[in-house]
Design a protein around this ligand. Structure first.
Ligand code: SF4
Ligand code: SF4
Ligand code: FES
Length: 814
């Protein structure tokens, strides 16, 4: 456990983690300290200076001052109150009086603090400058409203990893000199800085996550879609969980009536989050608007009941709640239908093999472990698209913990490279994940099984290299005195470069990975002063032809090294499905699909035989990547039939709501008992954590033959991956994300190599399938591997791949 120390704030005894900022300790103890610019989990921006407190007689910024044993903190002193009041006055200088139409009105920190500090007069003035508004795609920036707190810059850099925002010159006149002499010191310093800057944007670096909108304390950064649509206080917040990826992050659907005339009908106006505790992906934030407006179609319902009763196989994916999964399992038990979910089956098999080494049902890592690490490795994840929350945690650990990391993936990705100078992105060989994990075991493993030790030893060879170092050499020089002509000998130490041959141990695993000995040097440098380790296991490992072996090697990393391991579930509820269903391998006979193509389709997209509710119309639970069962609520009512209605007919029962199943599954806790919020101490109160149980059948035999995928002339590797913010057919149809299409996404260099134009189409021949797609450049991408999305269930891009995310393809311009 972290070392705890004792401090007092305004006379209250508080326990604090060593190294924690005073502001966070105050918040955890429900003591209010005014603060605008500090973003929790990010570095202090020190822009607003409101968080001043007095510590042992001296003024400090509580967002930047760390606690010390016995410290006595006072939040309010007459001088601090004077500073804060002047700061708020300064913030109000030239701030347009447009609160009536501003999106932030009602939840604006400038409004709140101006009232709190009782600003009722203005003592300061400066000539205003023309500050035209900008359109930045998913968001709009109004510099007229911007208080240059730089929170947006900080969150984009320290959390999201995009570095798309920075300060630019405001071009304002200097402040009147008298202010420096006469006004409160901190207020002047804050104003002087504010008066010089505005915020600038680099479009090509932005990934449209919208987190900067979430942290902006005023109306300077607003959602383009939401602008001028509603007052904040009219919206009702419905707590929910991100329906698109296994972070299942806590978010809120902000809803109100759709029109003035027909105010019973509700719609979602935006998605918001508690940005101090959790950051959202762009998919969660912007992919909310599609809802299914179906009504009860009795004829379609009867044929759905018949089809499911007689189905040989039920095909579904893992964008589904635990309760619906339990219903499908019950139907299987009654009718004998096979349950087919390839995604969850692969994950389940992976976890079983993993557990056969560790002896525990679950991996030992969580995303918080990733946040708290100072040395990280990611293997087999197209991190920016596959798992945004894990990517944020990786970047956050690098920036906040003086961390270092290795990112192994065959596709070069400048977005990941841009995190920090202490990340090495290794364009590893396709299918080399086993070699990477053996490398991790070689470098970090202790008391490994004998067969592994033997294999690792067989990979080692002693090599020599030339090391050049600068030494100081003694040189004796004869110096002549210019005046007297006398000579004397002077001894000097002069730098000299010397080269020596040194022996070192080279492991042939580096060849298998597709890198060289420079990685050993980088690793040595990165590991200085590191003591908290995380390994991220991505989707490529689970979909690997040798996934069984990879799972065992990953299990060995958990068992024989200090790494915490996070095996990222591939879809929102992959882990939940894998725990709740007896899954079958191959579909046969008559198929019914739940949001999947089949002979008979139940579809929330409205393109099947019977409509179903989308996630924002459902109550239920997911099991997230932290092995936590989290609830999600319905924002919009659904008037059609549900899976529960169908099951009631087939199973001859009367379960009134889908969430009645919540108390029948996993830890059997009723839905209404599940919490879904964070507290000021950053603690998560969301559902419940599943306990890892002992597994008895252990098997540590691992293979040491690696798979490779080599291209012949004119062949290229294609990868099954999605552009950022696309996860399934629902993100694809949402208004703010629908510009993404199913295309071949490639690097600019590959586009040139294949002599393609912007509007070119390419014929892809792979795995016995031929498909023609448009091309799109992903400006982050480097190298010759392109990717083909899978987010649209109606375009069979999956057929280009055989049980693996990589495939060899012929690409021909048409
Ligand atoms: S845009 Fe908002 S978050 Fe960014 S500096 Fe301006 S006020 Fe702060
Ligand atoms: S939307 Fe996300 S990536 Fe773009 S500037 Fe804002 S925080 Fe950065
Ligand atoms: S919160 Fe500390 S300087 Fe703004």
């Amino acid at each position: 456990m972290d070392n705890m120390i004792n401090i007092t704030i305004d006379g209250k005894q508080c326990q604090a983690k060593e190294g924690e900022f005073i502001l966070n300790v105050a918040r955890a103890n429900d003591i209010f300290v005014p603060a605008i610019c500090y973003q929790t989990k990010c570095s202090p921006t020190l822009a607003c200076r409101l968080c001043l407190v007095e510590v042992d007689g001296k003024q400090v910024y509580s967002c930047n001052a760390k606690v010390k044993e016995g410290m006595e903190v006072t939040v309010n002193t007459p001088n601090i109150e004077k500073e804060r009041r002047a700061i708020m006055e300064v913030y109000d200088v030239n701030h347009p009086l447009q609160c009536g139409v501003c999106d932030q009105s009602g939840e604006c920190e400038l409004q709140n603090y101006s009232l709190y500090m009782k600003v009722d007069a203005q003592n300061y003035a400066v000539q205003d400058v023309d500050r035209p508004a900008s359109d930045w795609g998913v968001m709009k920036y109004d510099p007229g409203l911007c208080i240059v707190c730089e929170k947006c810059v900080t969150v984009c850099k320290d959390m999201i990893g995009s570095n798309a925002l920075g300060t630019v010159k405001r071009g304002a006149e200097a402040l009147d000199k008298d202010y420096k002499a006469n006004m409160p010191k901190d207020a002047y310093a804050m104003w002087n800085k504010l008066n010089k800057n505005l915020i600038g944007f680099e479009e090509e670096k932005c990934i449209d996550c919208g987190e900067c909108i979430a942290v902006c304390p005023v109306g300077a950064l607003v959602s383009t879609d939401f602008q001028y649509k509603s007052n904040a206080w009219e919206l009702t917040k419905i707590p929910a969980s991100n329906p698109y990826s296994s972070d299942c992050a806590l978010m809120y659907y902000d809803v109100k009536h759709n029109t003035i005339e027909k105010n019973t009908e509700k719609r979602i106006y935006r998605v918001t989050n508690d940005a101090h505790y959790v950051s959202l992906s762009g998919a969660a934030r912007f992919g909310f608007d599609y809802v299914n407006k179906a009504s009860k179609d009795e004829k379609a319902f009867s044929s759905a009941v018949e089809s499911l009763k007689n189905a040989d196989s039920i095909v579904f994916n893992s964008f589904i709640t635990n309760e619906e999964v339990a219903i499908l399992q019950n139907i299987k038990e009654k009718t004998g239908a096979k349950l087919i979910n390839i995604d969850a089956l692969k994950y389940k098999n992976f976890l079983e093999n993993y557990s056969s080494v560790t002896g525990k049902t679950f991996y030992n890592g969580t995303v918080n472990d990733v946040h708290n690490s100072n040395f990280l490795i990611s293997v087999g994840s197209f991190l920016k698209s596959d798992a945004p929350a894990v990517k944020y945690a990786f970047n956050n650990a690098l920036t906040m913990n003086k961390g270092a990391g290795l990112y192994f993936h065959p596709m070069g990705d400048t977005h990941i490279k841009g995190f920090s100078k202490n990340i090495e992105t290794i364009s590893s060989n396709v299918l080399s994940e086993e070699a990477v994990l053996y490398f991790v075991l070689d470098k970090f493993g202790k008391d490994l099984p004998a067969s592994v030790v033997e294999f690792l030893a067989s990979q080692n060879e002693t090599r020599t290299k030339t090391v050049t170092e600068t030494i100081k050499e003694k040189v004796v020089e004869t110096v002549t005195d210019e005046e007297t002509g006398e000579t004397k000998e002077v001894t000097k130490m002069v730098p000299k470069k010397v080269s020596t041959e040194v022996e070192y141990v080279y492991t042939k695993l580096l060849d298998a990975i597709g890198t060289d000995e420079s990685l050993l040097e980088i690793l040595e440098k990165y590991l200085e002063k590191k003591d908290t380790f995380s390994l991220i296991i991505g989707e490529d490992c689970i979909n690997h032809p040798n996934s069984e072996n990879i799972a065992k090697l990953a299990g060995m990393v958990e068992k024989y090294t200090q790494f915490k391991v996070l095996v990222v579930p591939t879809q929102t509820n992959t882990l939940g499905v894998s725990l709740l269903c007896d899954l079958d391998v191959i579909a046969s006979g008559k198929t019914v699909g739940y949001n999947m193509k089949a002979d008979f389709q139940l579809s929330a997209l409205g393109d099947g035989e019977l409509d179903m509710p989308v996630m924002s119309q459902q109550e239920g639970t997911f099991v997230n990547f932290n092995k936590t069962v989290v609830p999600t609520n319905a924002a919009i009512t659904y008037d059609g039939y549900t899976l529960n209605d169908i099951a009631n007919e087939i199973l001859d029962q009367k379960v009134s709501d889908t969430i009645d199943y919540t108390s029948m599954i996993l830890n059997k806790i009723p839905f209404d008992y599940l919490e879904n919020h964070y507290t000021n101490d950053m603690a998560e109160h969301r559902g419940y954590v599943l306990e890892s149980k002992e597994v008895s059948s252990l098997d540590e035999t691992v293979k040491s033959e690696f798979k490779t995928l080599k291209c012949e002339e004119n062949e290229y590797i294609i990868y099954s991956g999605n552009p950022i913010n696309q996860f399934n057919e629902f993100t694809a149809v949402s208004n703010q994300l629908k510009d993404d299409i199913v295309a071949l996404y490639l690097s600019q260099s590959l586009k040139e190599k294949l002599q393609l134009e912007d509007d070119s189409k390419v014929e892809i021949i792979s795995n016995g399938t031929t498909m023609t797609l448009e091309v799109r450049v992903d400006s982050d991408l480097e190298g010759d591997i392109s990717y083909v999305p899978t987010f649209d269930k109606n375009i069979d891009t999956k057929n280009l791949f055989d049980n693996c995310r990589y495939s060899k393809a012929n690409l021909r311009r048409v």
